[in-house]
Design a protein around this ligand. Structure first.
Ligand code: SAM
Length: 272
């Protein structure tokens, strides 16, 4: 039996790769890459000539079966995402599950990751954080997700595309309030930039000069007081539900008597 290696690759600066990752890329039988063009640039930079195949969202079932077949025949396959750590907000996770279900060996070669890099640069609390990946693209679903996060006291980390960032900042401000945040773009690249401020200030900067390149948003969690108010309100909703009230009625009653608690945020948090 061979093995599946989850190999982190640079999120920008080609120097951000480990010695182990380079050895694995050089000596494995096959590299499964989410973006073969981007990976080819990395491989040619390090003069690596290992055969490569495509493994991405659109072909993940068929390509995944092919990779599993090769591992079962004894091949070592290295999985790389378009950048960063495979398995985080990319189809890598699906392949890991399939391999584990079949009892195949999986090993991680850790390295660059966009979420953690942005978090540590943000200046916001790092002791507790919640990685939220990409928010839903549809406005209604995006707002429901954000409202459910309103009581969360942990620092929130989101991935976003430059095209949607202005809309997303508007929704964050409306659903979470004007909190402190950081927008990190082009991390580890020549034009790396971290814009820190309140959501309003960061949105104003983005409106003035649209951002280019890949983006991570890091948002301060709910203040201890707001989080405690929501927890108390959620507990009251639970009690009313246990007494037979519908979710809608319970939320309506509790929100009605709790100043500062948004009814829709409470409703979405209660569903969560
Ligand atoms: N698996 C990768 C990871 O977490 O390490 C992430 C893959 S995800 C499809 C790509 C997203 O990561 C981008 O949309 C952006 O939000 C973030 N990202 C990747 N590289 C970045 C960079 N250099 N600067 C800022 N954000 C980046």
């Amino acid at each position: 039996m061979g093995k599946l290696y989850l190999c982190a690759t640079p999120i920008g600066n080609l120097g951000d790769i480990t010695v182990r990752a380079l050895e694995a890329l050089r000596s494995c039988d096959l590299i499964a890459a989410e973006d073969t063009r981007r990976t080819r640039r990395l491989l040619s930079h390090y003069d690596i000539h290992t055969p490569m195949m495509s493994y991405r969202e659109e072909n993940r079932d068929a390509a995944g079966s092919k990779i599993i077949g090769r591992i079962e025949e004894g091949a070592d396959v290295v999985l790389v995402s378009d950048a960063g750590t495979p398995g985080i907000s990319d189809p890598g996770h699906d392949l890991v599950i399939r391999c584990l279900e079949l009892g195949l060996d999986v090993e991680a070669l850790p390295g660059a990751n966009a979420a953690l890099t942005a978090l540590v640069l943000s200046g916001l609390p790092t002791s507790r954080f919640s990685f939220e990946g990409f928010l839903p693209r549809k406005k209604g679903a995006r707002r429901r997700t954000l409202e459910a996060l309103a009581p969360d006291e942990r620092t929130l980390v989101f991935y976003e595309s430059p095209q949607r960032v202005a809309d997303t900042l508007g929704d964050i401000r409306e659903c979470l309030g004007d909190r402190e945040m950081a927008l990190a773009r082009e991390l580890t690249k020549k034009f790396e930039e971290v814009i820190r401020g309140t959501v309003f200030e960061v949105a104003a900067r983005v409106a003035e000069k649209p951002v280019r390149g890949e983006v991570v948003l890091v948002v301060r969690g709910a203040s201890g007081e707001a989080g405690a108010d929501y927890r108390k309100a959620l507990e009251e909703v639970r009690v009313l539900r246990a007494r037979g009230a519908s979710l809608k009625d319970a939320v309506g009653e509790v929100a009605g008597r709790s100043p500062g608690i948004s009814k829709s945020a409470l409703y979405n948090a209660a569903i969560e």
